[in-house]
Design a protein around this ligand. Structure first.
Ligand SMILES: [Zn+2]
Length: 247
């Protein structure tokens, strides 16, 4: 007899609440613990065994060190994969990446049917990251200056130069000589956020500080600036990430 019902429980281990699933298995000969990325902590018990919850809890407590060690490990992995995933944002949308091996000698990334296809030389999948970075830089060089020029004309604020750089500390900046610089990683942001960063830096051509007058200028060309600031704060890791995409 096998019950298909899995039961969810939680237990306090070293001051930490740990969720676990109780799963009955016809194949299991004895009670055992499993930790996986997909299911977290699972306690597998033989289908026909009479095992009380307190016995299960006692068993988990006995193996507490093992459980916590493995849970920490999978949490790290899932954190890493989710931050990698967010790096694949393009204009605020998550873009799936498809890596394909081809006879080309140099890797190349290009949009195809709603995803980003990366063609890499056979056996060289590790080159995908470089190709994706090149794609982002090229897109940034096209999109960001265009947005800046549009806002510049509206605000009657004209930069001497617009530069797209590999800066990791700031999304955008304004030099005393009137050069506006932007990180190419800004193309991960929704267009409205790119517009805000452009307005922010252009406003610095008139106000070289963050005074009330400065924010008034920003607000008159970007009424949703607080939401954009929030997005930038929440996605700071994109700016700081050292590794590029899909590596
Ligand atoms: Zn500023």
């Amino acid at each position: 007899m096998q019950s298909s019902e899995n039961e969810n429980h939680s237990i306090l281990l070293a001051g930490r609440e740990v969720q676990f699933t109780l799963r009955r298995s016809a194949r299991a000969k004895r009670i055992k613990l499993q930790v996986s990325l997909a299911a977290g902590l699972e306690v597998v018990i033989p289908a026909r065994a009479m095992v009380s919850l307190s016995k299960v809890e006692g068993f988990i407590r006995e193996k507490q060190r093992w459980v916590l060690k493995h849970l920490t490990k999978i949490e790290k992995v899932s954190e890493e994969s989710s931050s990698k995933k967010s790096l694949l944002l393009f204009l605020g949308r998550e873009v799936p990446i498809k890596v394909k091996e081809s006879k080309r000698k140099t890797p190349r990334a290009f949009p195809e049917n709603g995803s980003l296809t990366v063609k890499v030389p056979i056996g060289k999948r590790q080159m995908a990251g470089r190709a994706i970075t090149a794609f982002y830089k090229k897109q940034a060089a096209g999109i960001i200056p265009k947005v800046v020029r549009e806002k510049s004309a509206l605000m009657l604020a004209f930069p001497k130069r617009i530069s797209i750089r590999d800066q990791r500390t700031r999304w955008g900046s304004c030099s005393s000589r009137g050069t506006l610089s932007f990180s190419w990683r800004l193309v991960a942001a929704p267009r409205s956020v790119i517009e805000y960063v452009a307005v922010h830096e252009l406003a610095h051509l008139k106000h070289r500080n963050h005074s009330k007058a400065f924010w008034h200028e920003v607000e008159s060309y970007c009424s949703e600036y607080k939401q954009a600031e929030k997005w930038l704060r929440e996605n700071k890791h994109i700016l700081r990430a050292r590794t590029t995409f899909a590596e």
